[in-house]
Write a protein that binds this ligand. Sequence first.
Ligand code: K2U
Ligand code: ZN
Length: 171
Amino acid sequence: MAVRPILVIPDTRLRAVADPIVEVDEEIRTLAQDMLDTMYDAPGIGLAAPQIGVMKRIVVMDLAPEGEAPEPMVLINPEITHFGEQMQVTEEGCLSIPELYYEVERPNEVTVSYTDLNGDTVTKQAEGKLAVCIQHEIDHLDGVLYIDYLSRLKRDRVIKKFDKAAKRAAG
Ligand code: K2U
Ligand code: ZN
């Protein structure tokens, strides 16, 4: 049980490619719980391991409506095996790019295959907000951030804002 610090851009670890997980052991189970604790504390509906500085291919999500029983999901080595034809535009945010929200266009439906905490392979079809979250989190495992889908002007404006804040914090 541990809430861990969430990295914020321009931390370079957010741009690295995470490593596959070879074995679902106690270390991975503890990491998954820490990620869920950190996500709920933020609060958020998803979190990828690189966002807490752990370069492993694992993401957590919980899209249960507020006030209802939590529905935690842990996806190890997730891969999208199919993208739907239809696109959807939704407003996205990111715990590593705090307090900014922009509209992003993504496929409305995906099929994702992953390993669960029991070590079993799961294949799941998702649409709507769950499909968005799955794509957003798996992007994090490849060093891709949702601002990369914005116009160059908007993206550069966001990067400049956080670069300036980082320089000020460094003194
Ligand atoms: O990866 C993250 O930074 C967690 C995001 C995941 C997410 C972003 C956009 C759309 C769906 C999921 C956080 O949950 S950001 C906070 C948030 C919460 C609800 C809806 C949108 C954004
Ligand atoms: Zn994010």
